[in-house]
Design a protein around this ligand. Structure first.
Ligand SMILES: C[S@@+](CC[C@H](N)C(=O)[O-])C[C@H]1O[C@@H](n2cnc3c(N)ncnc32)[C@H](O)[C@@H]1O
Length: 364
C-alpha cells in the first residue's frame, strides 16, 4: 500500500488548489481566539482585531477572530465528501480585557459556525490536558466568591458534512481492514478522554512545537482511526508542526496540510524520520493491549466466538475479523510531498514490531 502526504504553504481561507470532494476527513486545531499567543497572527489576518483589542472591546475582538476562522470553515464544505467528518480541536479562553475578566467560549462559537454552514453537529469529546502547575488557579486565593476553576480540558468538536452518512461499496475491504478492536471502541467513543498524556518522546522539534500549540500525537491518530478508512485523505488546514500528517502516516491514510508559516515546514523532515519507529511502537502497543484484553477475559472464564484473519488471536465481534495494521517500509522525501510504502504487519508481528512486556505497558 502507498500513501501520499502533501504540504502547502498558504492561507486556508482559500482552498482552491484542492479538488471538490477530494478530502474524506478533516482533523485540525486552529489558533484559539482570545488566547494571547495568537493575537499577532489574528491581527495580521484582520487589522480590525488590533483596533478592537486596543479599544478594550473583547467581544468585538473575539467575534472578528472567529470571522477569520469562519472563512476557513466555509472552504471545508466544498472539499469534503458528502458525509465526511470534520474534527476541530479547540480550547476556550479566559482573559481580562479592559478590567473585565471573563470566559470566551470558542467551542460554542465554532459549533454555531458549522451549524449555520449546514454541517450536522455530532456528539463531541472533551479531553483533559495534563496540568500540574501550582500557580494554575485564578482569582482570589482561598477567599470566596471570586476564584475561578482552571480550564484543564479541550474540546474535540465533531461535524458531518450534510445529513447523510458516507456510503461504501458492500463489504468494502478497505473499511473492514481499518476496523478497530471492540475494547478500543469502548474507550475511544467515550465523550471524555482522561488518559491523554504528553507528546511522544520520539517526536522532535521542541521549539517549534511550543510556538505552534501542537496537540499530542494520540489525538489525531485516534480520530483518524475512528473516522476514516484505508485509502482516505485527511486534511489539516491549520497544519502547524504537522502532527496530523504524522498520525495519517502512522495510520496508513493519505494527507494534505496547509499552513501560513513556512518556518514549520523546515523542521518537519526531522519529525518524519522518526515516524516508522513511532508507527511500530503504536502498532505494538495496540496489539499487545489486545492480547492482554484477551487473556484477562479468558481468566474471567469468557470465550471468544471469532478469530482474527490476519493474526493469531481471537476478537470479540465479526466486524473485527479483517483488522490489519500497516508498518512503514519506505519514505520518499519530495519538495512538497512525501510518498510512503506501507506493508502489513502480519501474524509474526511480535518479532517485527516487538511485543511490549506487560509491566512496560502498565507503567505508561
Ligand atoms: C494551534 S496551531 C496547530 C498546531 C498543530 N495541530 C500541531 O500539532 O502542530 C494553528 C496553526 O494554524 C496556522 N494558521 C493560522 N491561521 C492560518 C490560516 N489562515 N491558514 C493557514 N494556517 C493558519 C498557524 O500558523 C498555526 O501554526
Amino acid at each position: 500500500m502507498e500513501t501520499e502526504h502533501r504540504v502547502q504553504i498558504g492561507d486556508s481561507r482559500s482552498l482552491d488548489e484542492l479538488k471538490p470532494n477530494s478530502v474524506d476527513l478533516v482533523v485540525t486545531s486552529p489558533p484559539y481566539p482570545m488566547i494571547e499567543m495568537w493575537d499577532e497572527l489574528f491581527c495580521s489576518l484582520d487589522p480590525q482585531i488590533e483596533a478592537h483589542l486596543e479599544a478594550g472591546d473583547g467581544r468585538a475582538a473575539f467575534e472578528a477572530m472567529h470571522g477569520v476562522l469562519d472563512a476557513a470553515w466555509a472552504e471545508l464544505q466544498g472539499v469534503l465528501v458528502d458525509g465526511g467528518i470534520a474534527c476541530i480541536n479547540v480550547g476556550d479562553a479566559t482573559r481580562r480585557v479592559d478590567g473585565s475578566f471573563r470566559r470566551y467560549q470558542n467551542h460554542s462559537r465554532i459549533v454555531s459556525a458549522f451549524d449555520s454552514l449546514g454541517f450536522e453537529p455530532l456528539p463531541s469529546i472533551l479531553w483533559r490536558k495534563p496540568t500540574n502547575s501550582a500557580t494554575k488557579f485564578m482569582g482570589s486565593g482561598m477567599l470566596p466568591p471570586n476564584a475561578y476553576p482552571t480550564l484543564e480540558h479541550e474540546h474535540i468538536l465533531v461535524f458531518r458534512n450534510g445529513s447523510d452518512k458516507r456510503s461504501f461499496e458492500p463489504n468494502a475491504d478497505r473499511r473492514y481492514s481499518a476496523a478497530y478492536f471492540w475494547e478500543e471502541r469502548n474507550r475511544w467513543f467515550s465523550d471524555l478522554w482522561t488518559e491523554i498524556t504528553g507528546r511522544s518522546q520520539q517526536l522532535t522539534g521542541g521549539e517549534s512545537r511550543e510556538r505552534s500549540g501542537a496537540y499530542p500525537f494520540v489525538i489525531p491518530y485516534r480520530l483518524i482511526s475512528m473516522y476514516s478508512v484505508y485509502g482516505d485523505t485527511v486534511l489539516d488546514p491549520f497544519w502547524g508542526t504537522g502532527t496530523t500528517t504524522l498520525a495519517a502516516m502512522a495510520a496508513g491514510r493519505h494527507s494534505v496540510g496547509k499552513e501560513l508559516d513556512s518556518g514549520f515546514r523546515t523542521a518537519f523532515d526531522q519529525r518524519v524520520d522518526s515516524i516508522p519507529s513511532i508507527t511500530d511502537e503504536v502498532i505494538s502497543r495496540r496489539l499487545s493491549a489486545h492480547i492482554d484484553f484477551v487473556s484477562d477475559r479468558r481468566a474471567d472464564g469468557e470465550t471468544f466466538e471469532y478469530e482474527a484473519e490476519n493474526y493469531a488471536f481471537p476478537v470479540m465481534t465479526k466486524q473485527e475479523r479483517s483488522i490489519e495494521l500497516y508498518g512503514i517500509e519506505e519514505i520518499e522525501y519530495g519538495e512538497q510531498s512525501y510518498r510512503l510504502t506501507h506493508t502489513p504487519v502480519g501474524a509474526d508481528w511480535q518479532t517485527t514490531v516487538g511485543f511490549e512486556a506487560e509491566e512496560t505497558r502498565k507503567n505508561r
